[in-house]
Design a protein around this ligand. Structure first.
Ligand code: ZN
Ligand code: ZN
Ligand code: FE
Length: 740
């Protein structure tokens, strides 16, 4: 057997996931001599091997891959012969363009969980136990390559035992950057809300916290990507107190439960939902409620967001407590999640105690939220566990593109070569704090990937904060090109890119709002799209949003506007849920603004149509959180109702007024709502008839599980994204693609 020297380059998620020790073990098994190292583009292996042995070695790498690793590409080249003795792991080189993926934060692994509860283990009860296969990653990384000195673990000097585990290629903790123990790793600190510590003993802090929670206290607990506000989910008083203090009257809270058995007691859980709940990403999964907790977790809703403990600290707490916990992100309304103790000052008066630890959160990251529709996973918020993610495009980008996303549920993305890196959910850009957090995220992503954009892609909306930031960045460097992208085209492109669709599609963008090319607010759009551009072939006939942005929070304003469209001034004499919610003076004022078109922008949005229906049927007049009207309509849908309402369709204009008119004389609310859902499906059927193209669904309205299920029943082949959210979280990916 003739030996040659080969260089094997492996790209993908191959750092911080136990890849080098895995290669070390494999090389030893195959009796190969050579080296392995972490480069900026991935892992590089050099070996002396026969061509046959080399092939077996590479095949086995693919087959036996460590659990958190993912390979995008393996490149093998013969290089000048060199004799190696033994196999060695060599320390990180840091050069070249960074294309390595940043591993996301994942939940504690099974082996660590066993050790956590093993009294004989030296990390028994240690709230930060971790290994190469689990724990924090993205949230502690300052920059690449992923080494301890580039993370917030650099402040903890490993003790001798931890160090020897870290240095041993055959240990599960070999080069596991976040490892530590009672002696050398991060420590807890329990404080009251004035900052006074409640104790100095590490080993009873979890128990003390559990007692406080048991006694109805609200505790801010530092997690992976930020703080949670937690309280006993079975304690009605505690939950009501949290709602009151957080000024959050009705938006559902997520609940963390000890294990899958408790989850099954509270929710109807399908196989797919169970897999998601128990996955290493541990998202919040929205499921059908089976047993109502005696508290206002999700007022008027039959769904509940559940998730399982994902850190050793959560496991210890829930093990001590034996009751489910409300776990909601600690943030002020419209502000990003708190990641530092000093951020919590803004929440003074909301929490009673803080359970703090001294491992710094470098990158904030919320919990992810998922639902399952027709056994398909739909991500509603892509964050911890899933982000950042690298997606492969079906083509190569000629420029380096930075896409800034939209204004709601913002994410950003960078694109280079045939890759797009998508940030975690950043949130709504409605406050100074959130815009600062947004700008910090842009800097972080650029720094981590050593990325200098050549093109900035942004939404067409002139007043979006993201648009303003785009111009600020472009103003600093005249070489940077800018590209404005229509919102709904970006929605559809995001799905096309994820699905690697080539050719033309019929995109259905049912959305809240998005700035249209004619300056109106689109959101009920049918567009024939490919990567070159789009043609808007049909849309909902415009109606007026009385009061502009106020109409977005008040369904009754949209409903009133549609009534004016139907009945003009006679509307003032009508007696229905919508008109009753206004005073006579208000009705007259709005009539004038409708007539004159004052502060009444035009819209074709299906999201707003949902609002109007909710108001007309007396379900919701003013919303306390985004999406509330749609969720309430979902609750009232009855699948045994048949039939739909009339709508007009001529020359690409969808007339929804006949629908409204028929709905107004319907006696039964449930029948009306069910027929409304059916009508939306019929609209898609009608418009798509003339186009023999793949159907692509996107836009925030497709977060409505009833509508999505009905559309997928009718169009089982319709494409919807699984890895990016249908809401504006997917916009930045589409913007990259539009700028290719
Ligand atoms: Zn582990
Ligand atoms: Zn140690
Ligand atoms: Fe949108």
């Amino acid at each position: 057997m003739e030996l040659s020297t080969y260089k094997i380059k492996i790209e993908g998620t191959v750092q911080g996931v136990g890849f080098r020790p895995f290669i070390y073990g494999l090389a030893t098994r195959f009796l190969l001599h050579g080296t392995v190292l972490n480069g900026a583009q991935g892992v590089e292996i050099v070996v002396n091997a026969s061509s046959e042995n080399l092939q077996n070695f590479i095949d086995t790498i693919r087959i036996e891959l460590p659990p958190l690793a993912h390979i995008d590409r393996i490149e093998t080249n013969k290089i000048p012969f060199h004799t190696y003795t033994g196999f060695h792991i060599i320390t990180t080189e840091n050069e070249g363009e960074t294309t390595v993926r940043i591993p996301p934060d994942v939940s504690i692994c099974h082996q660590c969980e066993v050790e956590l509860f093993d009294p004989k283990n030296r990390r028994f009860g240690y709230p930060f136990i971790t290994c190469t296969y689990c724990g924090v990653r993205y949230s502690i990384i300052e920059h690449l390559p992923y080494d301890r000195v580039h993370t917030s673990m650099k402040f903890f000097k490993m003790c001798d035992i931890c160090k020897s585990e870290y240095m041993d290629p055959l240990d599960r903790r070999y080069h596991a950057q976040p490892i530590g123990c009672w002696d050398c790793g991060p420590q807890l600190n329990l404080m009251d809300n004035t900052g006074v510590s409640l104790g100095t003993r590490q080993d009873d802090m979890v128990e003390q916290t559990a007692n406080l929670l048991k006694n109805g206290k609200i505790v801010a607990i530092k997690g992976v990507g930020g703080y949670h506000l937690m309280c006993d989910a079975t304690n009605a008083e505690a939950v009501a107190k949290l709602r009151k203090r957080k000024c959050r009257p009705s938006k559902p809270f997520a609940v963390m439960v000890k294990d899958i058995n408790i989850a099954r007691e509270l929710g109807e859980i399908s196989q797919k939902e169970e897999t998601l709940l128990s996955s290493k990403e541990r998202p919040i999964v929205i499921v059908q409620m089976k047993r109502k907790l005696a508290t206002d977790i999700a007022p008027n809703m039959s769904k509940i967001g559940l998730f399982l403990p994902y850190t050793p600290l959560h496991l210890l707490l829930l093990d001590t407590l034996d009751c489910p916990l409300v776990a909601t992100s600690a943030n002020v309304t419209d502000e990003p999640i708190c990641t530092h103790l000093k951020d919590l000052e803004k929440l003074q008066g909301v929490y009673d105690y803080v359970l703090e630890h001294d491992r710094k959160i470098v990158n904030g990251c919320d919990d992810s939220v998922v639902m399952v529709v027709k056994e398909k996973q739909i991500l509603l918020r892509r964050a911890r566990g899933y982000a950042p993610v690298s997606l492969q495009l079906p083509f190569v980008l000629s420029n380096k593109i930075l896409a800034l996303g939209a204004n709601q549920k913002n994410t950003i993305a960078i694109g280079f070569q045939n890759q797009v890196i998508l940030s975690p959910h950043i949130g709504d850009l409605n406050s100074i704090g959130s815009v600062e957090y947004y700008e910090k995220n842009i800097e972080t992503l650029k720094r981590m990937y050593d990325f200098k954009p050549e093109v900035i892609a942004y939404d067409m909306h002139p007043h979006y904060e993201s648009t303003k930031v785009a111009f600020q960045i472009a103003a600093k460097d005249e070489k940077i090109k800018t590209n404005e992208v229509q919102h709904h085209y970006a929605h559809i492109l995001g799905v096309m890119a994820e699905k690697q669709v080539m050719g033309k599609v019929l995109g259905v963008a049912f959305d809240g709002t998005g700035y249209g090319e004619d300056g109106t607010l689109w959101g009920g759009e049918f567009m024939v799209c490919d990567y070159e551009g789009f043609e808007r072939i049909a849309h909902v006939n415009y109606f007026k949003l009385l009061g502009g942005s106020k109409a977005i929070k008040e369904p009754r304003r949209v409903a009133l506007s549609l009534l004016f469209d139907l009945y003009g001034e006679k509307t003032l004499l009508l007696d229905n849920h919508t008109t009753k919610s206004f005073s006579n003076v208000e009705l007259k004022t709005y009539y004038l603004s409708w007539e004159k078109g004052l502060n009444a922008p035009l819209s074709s949005s299906i999201g707003r149509l949902f609002d109007a229906v909710a108001s007309l049927l007396g379900v919701c007049q003013v919303m306390s959180f985004e999406g509330e009207s749609g969720m309430m309509l979902e609750e009232l849908y009855d699948k045994s109702v048949v039939g739909h309402y009339t709508f007009g369709y001529e020359k690409g204009l969808i007339d929804i007024l006949p629908l409204i008119k028929e709905m107004l004389v319907e006696d039964d609310v449930v029948v009306a709502i069910s027929k409304f859902f059916h009508t939306l499906v019929e609209i898609i059927v009608m418009v798509s008839k003339a186009y023999d193209l793949p159907l692509v669904l996107s836009g925030g309205v497709f977060q409505n599980r009833i509508l999505l299920a009905l559309v997928l029943e009718r169009f089982p082949e319709a494409l919807i994204s699984y890895t990016i959210p249908p809401n504006d979280g997917g916009i930045s990916l589409g913007q990259v693609v539009a700028s290719a």
